[in-house]
Design a protein around this ligand. Structure first.
Ligand code: GRF
Length: 201
């Protein structure tokens, strides 16, 4: 049976687009049944409309507390009846009520080689720390910050004259490959979480 996929994105949505393209071309056997966004101005919304994917906007700024926002998000996530949720440039930390409701069913793309450079501005952290290699990581989401079991990683060389933007651009190209590839493996039931590790069958 085809997996039902829901993407959460807050902005530009190029990773969302990469997943949509991979679904459309048949590389991934699944269907994207909704885009959920916390940002009514996200460009990802245009991409969803273009691909005829329903959009659910849960505007973070319209809630008075974080708990209320999370409650609304959680009920939307239950309603869409998804097998898999993808955080593709979703810029908020998911609270424990959300993460614990969908164990092993939420994945995130992060623009660094985890466990290095968690949180925001991972590419800036890489440049500032002078690392020679960075990259991207697709991982399952648990209650730690960017610390869940790693599915796939790809390394990218940091050049001497790189700044945050040039490095981000180079890493992004690999995000667009790694994320659909990890989703493909998930949809083919080839991922098994064993403690902190992911075994690929
Ligand atoms: C990506 O670099 C992703 O890894 C990070 O935020 C960026 C989102 O880009 N979490 P886009 O919205 O997918 O274009």
């Amino acid at each position: 049976m085809k997996k039902r996929i829901v993407v959460l994105a807050s902005g530009r949505g190029s990773n969302f687009q990469a997943v949509v393209n991979a679904l459309k071309s048949g590389k991934i056997s699944g269907s994207c049944v909704s885009l959920i966004t916390d940002n009514p101005n996200a460009y990802a919304i245009e991409r969803a409309r273009e691909a005829k994917i329903p959009v659910i906007v849960i505007d973070y700024t319209s809630f008075s507390t974080r708990e209320d926002y999370e409650q609304a998000l959680l009920s939307a996530m239950h309603r869409v009846n998804a097998d898999l949720f993808i955080l593709a440039g979703y810029m908020r930390i998911l609270g424990n009520s959300v993460v614990s409701a969908f164990p092993g069913r939420i994945v995130n793309i992060h623009p660094a080689l985890l466990p290095s450079f968690t949180g925001l501005h991972a590419q800036r952290q890489a440049v500032q720390n002078g690392v020679k290699i960075s990259g991207c990581t697709v991982h399952f989401v648990d209650d730690s910050l960017d610390g869940g079991p790693i599915i796939l990683q790809h390394c990218v060389v940091v050049k001497e004259n790189d700044d945050e933007d040039s490095l981000a651009e180079r890493i992004l190209k690999y995000e667009h490959k790694c994320l659909p590839e990890a989703i493909r493996l998930f949809c083919e039931d080839r991922l098994e979480i064993i403690g902190k590790r992911v075994r690929i069958h």
